[in-house]
Design a protein around this ligand. Structure first.
Ligand code: G3I
Length: 315
């Protein structure tokens, strides 16, 4: 969700209260928002979200502490390994301890792997991997656990669910990465499946379920953290489009729930009024994207019913 919309748009605010149990900041808890200069933290927008959650008895998830994206320009000036470890640890200590009583679950690690990795060593380039290599992962996870010993530590990744070599490679590399952390006793409680689904791709039911069985065998929880459906290449007619969007979400959620019912299903936004999708996936016909459970007028769409039905069936 977005703090700006919460403040400025009363009908959206009410829709969140009416339809959500868990909220997550789409950007307000990222480094760029919360830590704009090396010695400056800016908690105003994040606190707005935390206060809204408290007033309305909603849970809050934290997003995110160690990511290649959403970094403020000053982090480019981090020059040494020692400095990188100090800044990463300091940031996590400050943010995770501030929200200790508010946020029970953090996406500590976000999107660690490149697209089409050949193994767990193929981490995304960032200031963290440049200065710390793969050590940034245990550093971030341990720092979060130290700041908040009760918090659930989540590793969050996308492109896990589809048919195709690229997705199979991502699943393999992610398993390898998680195993390597477990082998070193690095604290980790859960895997977040972002689930930015492409409506024109096919869910690899067997591949996804085999992956989840391995996760479950390691006694890790699974969460769906950023569900939405990218519809930019779907046909124009809205009924057809909404049905295709709902179908891919149903295929995905059923495959997940049959193996490991997720401890949360979180969508990346609530209404088509506010979504990141057109930033990258604008439709060629100029029609607005419809990736979320409520339309831009806040009416329920078939995707809403799919999620509701899954929640009841697998509760
Ligand atoms: O709010 C400003 C607006 O005032 C300005 O006019 C406009 C011009 O570009 O930018 C607006 O900010 C944009 C913001 O989204 C709006 O919410 C930023 O440019 C844009 O970079 C930002 O993108 C966010 C993106 O992460 C990068 O941080 C998206 O909202 C957010 O949905 C997206 O979320 C990511 C998750 O963190 C990780 N997984 C993938 C997911 C989707 O890309």
């Amino acid at each position: 969700m977005r703090a700006g919309a919460l403040n400025d748009d009363a009908s959206y605010r009410q829709a969140v209260i009416d339809n959500c149990q868990i909220i997550v900041a789409e950007g307000e808890m990222k480094w760029s928002d919360i830590h704009p200069a090396r010695d400056t933290y800016s908690f105003e927008k994040a606190d707005t979200i935390a206060a809204f959650a408290r007033q309305n008895s909603l849970a809050v998830r934290g997003h995110t502490l160690a990511w290649y994206g959403g970094l403020p320009a000053w982090t480019d000036g981090i020059a040494t390994r020692r400095e990188a470890e100090r800044e990463l640890t300091r940031h996590i200590e400050t943010v995770a301890s501030r929200y200790r009583d508010v946020i029970p679950s953090w996406d500590v690690i976000n999107e660690p792997l490149v697209d089409a990795p050949s193994g767990a060593q193929n981490l995304r380039d960032s200031i963290w991997t440049r200065k710390l290599g793969a050590e940034y992962l245990p550093i971030a996870l341990r720092a979060t656990a130290a700041a908040d010993p009760k918090v659930r530590l989540v590793l969050n990744e996308y492109d896990i669910e589809f048919t195709g070599a690229r997705f199979a490679a991502k699943r393999r590399a992610l398993l390898e990465l998680i195993r390597s952390l477990r082998d070193r006793d690095v604290p980790l409680h859960a895997v977040g499946l972002q689930a930015h689904l492409f409506a024109d791709r096919t869910i690899d039911r067997d591949g996804l379920q085999a992956f989840l069985a391995e996760i479950a065998a390691m006694k890790l929880e699974v969460l769906v953290t950023e569900l939405d459906v990218i519809d930019f290449e779907l046909p124009g007619p809205i009924e057809t489009r909404d049905a295709m969007v709902a179908k891919v979400a149903k295929d995905f959620l059923e495959a997940v729930c049959e193996v490991t019912p997720p401890t949360a299903i979180v969508t990346w936004g609530l209404s088509d009024r506010y979504t990141w999708v057109p930033i990258y996936f604008t439709r060629h016909d100029g029609m607005p994207n419809r990736p979320l459970p409520l339309d831009a007028q806040l009416h329920r769409k078939p995707l809403f019913d799919v999620i509701d039905d899954i929640r009841r069936r697998f509760a």
